[in-house]
Design a binder for this molecule. Structure first.
Ligand code: ATP
Ligand code: MG
Length: 209
């Protein structure tokens, strides 16, 4: 898939990376609210390939996660889904993906949208320094992560890497993909936790059972 036609004239691009195993309304809400707050022209959702930090056995295959991401975002014209990572064999590092995107869209400013847990983990990611300087990170609040602690950590990162990190305060959405997988396994309803087309896909393909 070649996005260059669509993105040619874009000035600010949000990148929403995640395992999306499965995608849920937490992801959709932080992406949309970031788009509005930071005037992003588009948000590109990028499901990860085989991330180095996840247990393969619990991971639905790349194609299923990619399709669910398309199903969840298809009613939003400002959302795009990229197969840049799911299409590639093996491990994908965020810094490599952003490197590719920044070369391809060199007239655009990149914003990487994350939740609080990801920003606290950022020093464990490959090439943190390059990562923080190739794009502007947006850190959204997330239930279970104390706002003051997160703010302190952000300040430290800003000083250490000499780069501003943006902040998004969002109404708490206490939903995770882990929680959704567990609920499916226990035959509990997941309605309204993720859009209906995603739920139908999960049931049709018998995922997370
Ligand atoms: P899992 O439980 O499998 O780790 P997850 O719900 O954390 O799934 P990920 O795909 O790991 O989802 O997360 C992708 C990005 O979205 C991360 O930066 C994460 O912090 C953020 N995110 C996920 N859920 C929320 C939420 N409810 N509120 C704020 N940010 C979230
Ligand atoms: Mg997670």
């Amino acid at each position: 898939i070649d996005w260059s036609d669509i993105i040619m004239k874009i000035k600010k691009i949000g990148v929403m990376g995640g395992t999306f195993n499965p995608i849920h309304i937490g992801h959709l809400m932080i992406a949309e609210q970031s788009r509005k707050k930071f005037n992003l022209d588009k948000v590109i959702f990028i499901p990860t390939g085989s991330p180095p930090h996840k247990d393969e056995r619990k991971l639905a295959n790349s194609l299923d996660r990619y399709i669910m991401t398309i199903l969840a975002t298809s009613n939003n014209n400002n959302f795009i889904v990229s197969d840049i990572e799911t299409n590639r064999d093996g491990t994908s590092y965020t810094v490599d993906t952003l490197e590719l995107l920044s070369k391809k869209y060199n007239d655009s400013e990149l914003f990487f949208i994350t939740g609080a847990d990801s920003i606290l983990d950022i020093e464990n990611w490959r090439d943190t320094d390059r990562l923080l300087n190739i794009c502007t990170f947006i850190a959204a609040t997330r239930p279970g992560y104390n706002v003051d602690n997160v703010m302190d950590e952000i300040k430290k990162l800003e000083e250490k890497y000499n780069k501003k990190i943006s902040y998004l305060t969002i109404a708490p959405i206490d939903i995770s993909s882990t929680q959704i997988r567990k609920r499916i396994f226990k035959n509990e309803t997941i309605k309204y936790m993720t859009p209906d087309p995603v739920i139908n896909y999960i049931y049709n393909k018998n995922l997370y059972k």
